[in-house]
Structures are given as C-alpha cells and as structure tokens.
Design a protein around this ligand. Structure first.
Ligand code: BEZ
Length: 271
C-alpha cells in the first residue's frame, strides 16, 4: 500500500471546496467521541479564564464546547453541519451554523479554540483571516488539526481502492494537513505571533471497527462510488489496512498525527 500524496500546500489553496463531508451525530457519538475525549492537551494550551469570551470553531456536537463553557464567561460554537449544530444546541450550547471559511465575527472574542476542524477547510487563509477578525487585540487561538502525514495509511488504502476503480483519488481528498512550517507561515502572514507549533504523532485507539471510522469520517471518498458498491469498497480498504492498523488485543489504531498550536493577535494591531 502506498501513501496517497495529499495536495501540496499550494494546491490546497487553489483547490477550493472539497467534496462534501456528511455528519451524522448518532454515528459520530459512536465512532468519533475520542475526538473530544482526547482534547486535554488542547484545552491546557487554551487555558480558559473566567473572564474569557471564546469562539469554538468547528464545535461539532458541542461536547467540548460544553466542557469549556464551565471555565469561561461565554462560548459560542460554530459548525458547517446543521445536524451537528442541532446536537450541540440540544446539550445547551450556543451553537450556530457557519462555514469556517466565512466567519462573521468582529473583535468579539478573547480566544478561539478549534479542535479537529481546520483540516476540513481547504482554503486555509480564510479561516485564519476569520479568526483574526473575530479576536480582540491580545486574543489567542489554541488549535489542533491533522498535520502532515495524518491518516496517511488510511488515505493511501482509500486512494488505492479508488484508483483500481478508475477514479482519481486526489479529486476526492477532503483534507488539508499542513506541515508546521507551512501553517506557521500562514499564521504569521496574517499577523499572528506563533507561540507554539508542534507536530505530534498520536496513534489513536478506535472504539470500533475501522469501517465505522471510514463511514463516519471519509464520506468524500466513499461517495465516489454508488451506494451498492460501497460494501465491497469498505471491505477492500479494511483488508488492506488490517496488517498495519489492527493490533490483536488492542483493536484498530488509526495513524493520527496532530498539529497543535497557540498563536496570539498582538495587542497593538499593526496591520
Ligand atoms: C483528524 O481529526 O485528524 C481527522 C478526522 C477525520 C478525518 C481525517 C482526520
């Protein structure tokens, strides 16, 4: 199995919108709860304060937003998925449907927290610009996203399976997984002072079968084939990944690589 070459940083800028990801809150709760469960290091980086007004960019079903709410003055969650926003609201979160490429806020927040969301935004300068505008001078962004090499084995197996069907996998690649250098450059170009930027390998135990992960997180690849052809595609990808990612006794372990950062909008806006 080869690793699929994700579009380069430059190609990501030009690519525009990826094929659509669909979110199902019930499936997400079953197969994706680890995303908020493993956010401890990000919340440590955010270090919420009682006087903070916070924006959660890509709040998903609001589990993390609700946990941070207990430690700050206010928190607003935004997410592009109406179904996830409905799930967040059902837990009492102030959540709004909003494309992260077009954040509408102006100097309203002391901090932005964003977990596992920025890699779905294929025009990365737009959320960076939106976060900048949303922050008050002196505000900070604590972010975690997939970084270079994230889920390389999984996307490689998906790419191989699509290529065997005559489908160009690059056109389906829905993620932006930058290197630390590339993302630092983008933040700095907007005026942020980057305080920390770390690429961290984090093999991640999945709560169930890899097929559950694929159905939850990889819709843009799966949607390349007709519904009745999906079971064969999933079983082919599962077979290809089993030697690398299935560990007897531990179960399925996904090859996650996180990019975690803290950046500050200077108190005196020089731009
Ligand atoms: C991530 O959080 O790194 C991730 C989630 C879904 C698909 C790909 C990556």
């Amino acid at each position: 199995m080869r690793a699929v070459a994700p579009p380069s940083d430059r190609a990501a800028r030009a690519a525009g919108t990826a094929p659509e990801q669909r979110w199902d809150p019930v499936r997400y709760a079953e197969h994706g709860r680890f995303v908020s469960d493993l956010a401890g290091p990000l919340i440590d980086l955010l270090a919420p304060r009682a006087e903070d007004d916070i924006l959660d960019l890509g709040c998903g079903d609001g589990v993390l937003t609700a946990a941070v709410a207990a430690r700050c003055r206010s928190i607003v969650g935004v997410d592009a998925s109406p179904a996830q926003v409905a799930a967040a609201r059902a837990r009492g979160v102030d959540a709004r449907v909003c494309d992260g490429h077009a954040l509408p806020f102006e100097s309203e927040f002391d901090a932005v927290v964003t977990n596992a969301a920025l890699h779905w935004m294929k025009r990365p300068d737009e959320p960076i610009d939106g976060m900048w505008r949303a922050l008050r001078p002196g505000g900070r962004v604590a972010g975690e996203m997939g970084g270079a090499g994230n889920v390389a084995q999984i996307s490689g197996a998906l790419a191989d399976a699509l290529e065997r069907r005559g489908i160009d996998p690059k056109s389906r690649f829905p993620w932006y997984f930058p290197t630390p250098e590339a993302y630092r450059r983008r933040l700095a170009a907007r005026g942020f002072e980057v305080r920390t930027m770390a690429l961290v390998e984090r093999p991640t135990n999945l709560p169930g079968d890899i097929v559950g992960w694929l159905e939850t997180f990889a819709a843009p690849f799966l949607d390349a084939v007709a519904q009745d052809a999906r079971p064969a595609l999933l079983s082919e990808v599962r077979d290809a990944l089993e030697p690398a990612l299935y560990r007897p006794g531990a179960g399925w372990v996904a090859d996650y690589v996180r990019l975690r950062f803290l950046a500050v909008k200077p108190a005196a806006d020089r731009c």
